[in-house]
Design a protein around this ligand. Structure first.
Ligand code: PMP
Length: 399
């Protein structure tokens, strides 16, 4: 135990975890006159409100008592079967008994940390990395190591080196349209990573909430499908393709891994909401999810195109940015020595917000980077917000 202030005691492991900076920023951006690119919110206009309403009514009417009852930790079988069939449609062989339904994929990260990371052990992250994973793993007090991300995935020589020298227990990555950078690993980098991982003892954790949100280019199979089932865990989620508020995600793991995860989930929450799992299963049986996802992809593709075009027109030349082919985020890099935090203060005065990049780095770097979300604001707001941001950049860089 540690005394974190005079009136409150907390376990020492909490000292390693910073409260989410993004959640703090969201408070500043509650002002409706601020155009916010800060949150990571799916667009609420695209939630399948009516269809979920119908599914909810049907579940209550036809299977109400089971839906309101406790259920198994592994998750509702028809939902697991639906997920397995969807993987099969993409040529990925997964059986329903390799799947564990989780309370959002964020819970998957928490369970993986608890089951497979001991204090002081090396955990490998992409640099920058997903903040929610940094938080979940930090509670286990590991030693973080990182591999830099290029625009087409991890840099291979540093990856080879860190796998060989640090022998990380876990390598956590988001190969499709990563949060925060929007980077998608190329086919060549996927193949090279699989080859390296096969030679290592590292457990590969592949987090894929954005893979289905590709609006340009060609999809890749999961990196982990090239690895032995007890050497990898694949995480998925309904948050970005249906609704994050339902808090339903899943993980795919071989039997030796999954049984530990089931035990940890029993301790965490017994099971994911029976009601929400059945609502989703009913919604998926009665509706065409592919058609719904196509609508989301179209909208996000248009949003990204407006954002990229406005940045190309108005951002100073020395500012670099990614051009994502899917997902919800774009990543901006300012010239070396610049501070995205200082820019953030100017931006808030100009009523536009983003997330400074430093919290996505575990090594204290990244001051000159920032994350911009394009899913939530409409196209007009995106154009106006990026113009405001461009003005802030010009005045900041002129200092
Ligand atoms: N992983 C990544 C990479 C994410 O961006 C998010 C959502 N911010 C999550 C996991 C958590 O998603 P869920 O709603 O499924 O818990």
């Amino acid at each position: 135990m540690t005394e974190s202030n005079s009136s409150f005691w907390a376990a020492s492991r909490l000292a390693a975890v910073r409260p989410s900076f993004i959640r703090e920023i969201l408070k500043v951006t509650e002002d409706p006159s601020v155009i916010s690119f800060a949150g990571g919110l799916p667009n609420p206009d695209l939630f399948p409100l009516e269809a979920l309403g119908e599914a909810t009514a049907k579940v209550l009417k036809d299977e109400g008592t089971q839906a309101l009852q406790y259920s198994t930790t592994e998750g509702y079988l028809p939902l697991r079967e639906w997920i397995a069939a969807r993987y099969a449609g993409r040529g990925v062989e997964v059986s329903p008994d390799q799947i564990l339904i989780t309370t959002g994929s964020q819970q998957g990260l928490d369970l993986i940390g608890k089951c497979f990371v001991d204090g002081g052990e090396p955990v490998l992250l992409e640099r920058p990395g997903y903040l929610g994973a940094i938080q979940a793993f930090a509670l286990m007090e590991p030693r973080f190591c990182t591999v830099p991300l290029a625009k087409d995935g991890p840099e291979l020589e540093p990856l080879r080196q860190v796998l060989a020298e640090d022998e990380p227990t876990v390598f956590y990555a988001v190969p499709n349209f990563q949060n925060p950078s929007g980077v998608c690993w190329s086919g060549a980098k996927r193949a090279a990573a699989v080859e390296m991982l096969e030679k290592s003892k590292t457990l590969f954790v592949e987090d894929d909430p954005y893979g289905e949100l590709r609006f340009a280019g060609v999809s890749h199979p999961p990196v982990s499908s090239g690895l032995e089932p007890n050497r990898r865990i694949l995480l998925g989620s309904f948050s970005k393709v249906a609704s994050p508020g339902l808090r339903v995600g899943w993980l795919v793991a071989g039997p030796q891994l999954r049984r530990h995860l089931v035990t940890a989930k029993q301790a965490a929450d017994l099971h994911t909401s029976t009601f929400n799992q059945r609502i989703l299963a009913r919604y998926l049986a009665d509706n065409d999810l592919d058609a719904h996802i196509a609508t989301i992809r179209d909208a996000y593709g248009r949003h990204a195109a407006v954002m990229i075009r406005t940045m190309e027109e108005h951002f100073p030349d020395e500012v670099d940015f990614t051009k994502p082919e899917g997902g919800m985020f774009l990543w901006v890099t300012l010239p070396e020595g610049c501070s995205a935090m200082a820019l953030f203060e100017k931006a808030i005065e100009a009523k536009v917000a983003f997330v400074p990049g430093a919290p996505f780095y575990v090594d204290g770097s990244g001051d000159n980077t920032l994350r911009v979300n394009f899913s939530n604001a409409n196209e007009m707001m995106i154009e106006e917000g990026i113009r405001r941001l461009a003005d802030c950049l010009k005045s900041y860089l002129a200092i």
